[in-house]
Ligand binder design. Structure first.
Ligand SMILES: Nc1ncnc2c1ncn2[C@@H]1O[C@H](COP(=O)(O)OP(=O)(O)OP(=O)(O)O)[C@@H](O)[C@H]1O
Ligand SMILES: [Mg+2]
Length: 310
């Protein structure tokens, strides 16, 4: 097992009385894509800002590449890349001017800077954009320019805060392919997303809610550990059936998916009596064999759980 490239321990951030990040502990391993998930306001950006040295933590520790991120920040700055949620491109400058500006910020000059820019421009398909002003670019184009500008110095650890929000599926794929190439080159990426399809592609995930870590691990393992069953009930009377499922105490969530009702059963309840009860109420349907819950199921479950605890 390789040792962690990033170790976060009991990280906490308070804004006055409000705790945005609470006692967060997790590790990121080298050359993985680590996904950071959670509802709006969960504390994802706040955590990333602390890890990138943009925001001072209230308490806790973090080590990256063997250095303490809070007391030895200068020693690791060159090894870290950060693409913020509101990426900080200079709107009035052209793409190539932006790349030169950010490259210089990271200490690149002369031929090194030129080569780095050329490489990123080719990899991220920016060639047709280099002479254009950033202000006129589309969201997807700006996001690619922001990725290029945060990786010119070839950091070993890259933090991407919602890099693909508002991006169409093709651009999204291009962006993830670019991330894969970076990982193949030895980079480690921590990425936040609200897109659960993207989350499924991550090596490991952390779910945070109200600043706290709720679940952590490989997507498949997290789904298996959910400890509940998901069933799809196919019927012509899907709306009526959905109402009926909501009255069943063993069913903890019930969503319409096309013409089927997708239900989740509480931990340890067996499906047969539930299905029997629905049939006795006059519904006829086909129940599909229990499948692995999706990350969406997990997300909904965790949100409900944290509401129950609140
Ligand atoms: N400077 C600040 N002062 C006070 N509260 C703040 C500050 N920055 C963030 N917060 C609060 O901390 C909480 C966490 O915010 P954060 O931006 O980290 O969430 P997030 O998980 O990134 O959400 P989103 O998915 O919407 O980007 C929010 O309730 C936010 O209002
Ligand atoms: Mg955020």
């Amino acid at each position: 097992m390789p040792s962690a490239i990033l170790e976060v321990e009991a990280l906490t951030k308070r804004f006055g009385d409000f705790t945005a990040v609470e006692d967060l502990t997790f590790e990121v391993e080298p050359e993985e894509v680590f996904g950071f998930l959670g509802p709006n306001g969960a504390g994802k950006s706040t955590t990333i800002k602390m890890l990138c040295g943009v925001l001072a933590p209230t308490s806790g520790r973090a080590r990256a590449l063997g250095f303490d991120l809070f007391t030895q920040a200068d020693s690791v700055r060159q090894e870290i890349g950060y693409m913020s949620q509101k990426f900080s491109l200079l709107e009035d400058l052209t793409v190539s001017e932006n790349l030169a500006y950010f490259g210089q910020l990271y200490g690149l000059q002369g031929a090194l800077l030129k080569d780095a820019i050329h490489q990123r421009v080719m990899e991220l398909q920016l060639k047709s954009l280099v002479q254009l002003r950033v202000a006129g670019l589309s969201t997807g184009e700006k996001q690619r320019v922001a990725l290029a500008s945060s990786t010119l110095h070839r950091p070993r650890m890259l933090f991407l805060d919602e890099p693909t929000s508002g991006v169409d599926p093709l651009m999204r794929r291009l962006f993830w392919e670019a991330m894969d190439d970076l990982v193949k080159d030895g980079m480690t990426i921590l990425v936040t997303t609200h897109n659960l399809g993207e989350a499924d592609q991550c090596d490991r995930l952390a779910f945070i809610m109200a600043g706290r870590l709720m679940a952590y691990g490989k997507p498949r393992v997290l789904k298996e550990q959910m400890g509940r069953q998901v069933l799809e009930l196919r019927t012509e009377q899907f709306r009526e059936l959905q109402h009926a499922t909501k009255r069943q105490p063993q069913i903890i969530s019930s969503e319409l998916m096309g013409r089927a009702v997708r239900v989740s059963l509480a931990k340890a309840s067996s499906p047969a009596p539930v299905l029997e009860s629905l049939r006795q109420q006059g519904y006829s349907f086909e129940a599909m064999a229990p499948e692995l819950p999706s990350l969406e199921d997990l997300f909904i479950e965790l949100v409900q759980q944290s509401r129950r605890e609140a």
